[in-house]
Design a protein around this ligand. Structure first.
Ligand SMILES: *Cc1c(COP(=O)(O)O)cnc(C)c1O
Length: 415
């Protein structure tokens, strides 16, 4: 124990690792600056008169091989536009994962649909056709599938279930840029795919988002209008066809996005390479890296591994503290040490005044208990997983040090 950095020993990672937080771990440079300068000199900072947003949308759609891409302000906005497109009746149910960002659940509740949390597969921490099926009711309208950690969910059985039951499928790809499942890109398998370009994602515009689709008008609404005040601008003149917010991406975001998009394949591959280097060096260490399904390409938003508390002689939080002292940039569980439904917004229904909507809307008969008994596998996963921030700037040498930090700490705490 004495050689652990937390007890005054030498750090396994002496220099700070490249971080998504700043220049050290983000590929932002002359290409983004050139696009920004051109945009600012053009005097057009809005998609209404500029060209960058349209070019970014086209480039993103082409990279994924989809018909349409609509740029929006952020990933939560992308998912909200998708929910507005779906247009659920108040009190309809949308199934989602409790191992995801709150940005997956906010749009459901904002549209007055009830978020129904399906439990996760204990290994991949993604929802599955079986866990979704257990949550179905006559009021189920849609499934939001998060490909958590950038590891694709098992989509074929989910798509088959959705087809059987006539359910809409939204893929939350905020952590899954250029991930694939049986050769198909994440975001192109469901009805709509939603992406985020927030600071920590595989590519960034600071904040930013995209909705991709091969279909449109399924619900009598054009997707583009769902983040544009319900305004069919192509028609000319002013009209507002339904309730929708303004979720425009600015030309400044799109300018950065265009430059980032050109780097995306390389940045994603670098994340995968660094992760593979770590995994190959963890053989014989008592941890279980969160697995990628066979026939899938995981893109490592985080590098995540599972600990077995029964084989440790200290709580997971002590192990995390020791890892941090060695220089690891990580935390326990995603979205945190508890699943999403146990945060106050959902558990205490802090939504619309004191109404408790959507959970208490007329016609809602299921009474959800958002306690630690709702999704046992998600509870365990959140409590036992270490997530490490990842970056395209991590090299094989960094991977070597990361693996030795994990080996050092986990063996010191082995029961
Ligand atoms: C980041 C993220 C979101 C939300 O995206 P923002 O751009 O932060 O609004 C939604 N879902 C998942 C899985 C995410 O990781």
């Amino acid at each position: 124990m004495n050689h652990l950095a937390i007890n005054g020993g030498p750090k396994a990672i002496p220099e700070p690792l490249p971080s998504f937080r700043d220049h050290s771990g983000r590929s932002l440079g002359d290409e983004e600056i050139a696009e920004l300068v051109e945009t600012i000199r053009s005097g057009a900072l809005s998609f209404l008169t500029g060209k960058k947003t349209a070019a970014f949308e086209r480039g993103f759609a082409d990279l994924l091989g989809v018909r349409e891409a609509v740029a929006v302000a952020n990933g939560t906005a992308a998912l909200h536009a998708a929910l507005i497109y779906l247009n659920p009746e108040p009190g309809d149910e949308v199934i989602l994962s409790p191992v995801t960002d709150i940005g997956t659940a906010i749009p459901v509740m904002a549209q007055l649909a009830v978020p129904v949390f399906a439990d996760v597969d204990p290994r991949t921490q993604n929802i599955t056709a079986e866990t979704i099926e257990a949550c179905l009711s006559p009021r189920t309208r849609a499934i939001i599938v998060t490909h958590v950690f950038g590891a694709p969910a098992d989509m074929d059985p989910i798509l088959a279930l959705a087809a059987r039951r006539g359910l809409f499928v939204i893929e939350d790809c905020a952590q899954a840029h250029l991930a694939t499942y049986k050769g198909r890109p994440c975001g192109t398998m469901g009805n709509l795919g939603c992406f985020s370009f927030q600071q920590s994602k595989h590519m960034t515009t600071g904040d930013g988002g995209m909705v991709v689709s091969n279909e449109d008008m399924r619900f009598g609404r054009a997707l583009r209008l769902c983040g544009d005040k319900g305004w069919p601008r192509a028609k000319g003149g002013r009209d507002h066809l339904f309730l929708a917010p303004n979720y425009h991406m600015t030309e400044l975001q799109a300018a950065v996005g265009l430059a980032q998009l050109r780097k995306l394949p390389g940045m994603v591959q670098a994340r995968i390479d660094a992760a593979d280097h770590v995994t190959s060096r963890l053989e014989g260490v008592d941890v279980e890296p969160v697995p990628i399904l066979p026939d899938a390409r995981g893109v490592f938003f985080y590098y995540s591994f599972r600990l077995a508390p029964s084989r440790l002689r200290a709580p997971v939080k002590d192990v995390m503290r020791a890892l941090a002292a060695e220089g690891i940039d990580g935390f326990i569980g995603y979205p945190g040490p508890i699943p999403l439904y146990r945060y106050p917004v959902i558990r205490e229904r802090l939504t619309f005044g004191s109404s408790g909507w959507p959970f208490t809307l007329p016609g809602v008969t299921r009474n959800w208990d958002h306690s630690d008994t709702l999704c046992p596998q998600a509870e365990k996963a959140c409590a036992e997983t270490i997530c490490m921030w990842w970056s395209e700037a991590l090299t094989e040498a960094h991977a070597e040090r990361i693996a030795s930090a994990i080996r050092k700490v986990v063996s010191a705490y082995a029961a």
